[in-house]
Write a new protein. Structure first.
Length: 103
């Protein structure tokens, strides 16, 4: 029994010594780790690039619900800033010396 145990220990030591001198396994392991790091970096760069090249999202559309009217845009509404704008424009653009609109 002791001989068998001594044989196993010597076989184990021989295997450990052979593994320490065999750099192929270490080189392969290092290469696999480097490959995994590069794969992660490539995936990150791909994600960043796709985010930069993604088309701009469309602006939200106004959808009416029930009988409600859509809100009036400030661009369309000029009445509060210039209530007589139409009258002034007609009078200025009219070729006639008479006013186009009367008070």
């Amino acid at each position: 029994m002791l001989n068998h145990l001594a044989e196993q220990q010597s076989a184990r030591r021989a295997l450990e010594a052979r593994l320490q001198t065999n750099t192929h396994w270490k080189e392969m392991n290092d290469a696999q780790q480097a490959q995994a790091r590069l794969r992660d970096r490539l995936a990150t760069a791909d994600l960043r690039l796709s985010a930069l090249l993604a088309p701009e999202p469309l602006p939200p559309r106004v959808v009416t619900v029930g009988c409600e009217k859509p809100p009036v845009s400030e661009v369309w509404s000029m009445a509060q800033y210039a209530p007589n704008l139409t009258e002034r424009m007609l009078n200025e653009l009219s070729p006639s010396p008479m006013k186009a609109t009367c008070d």
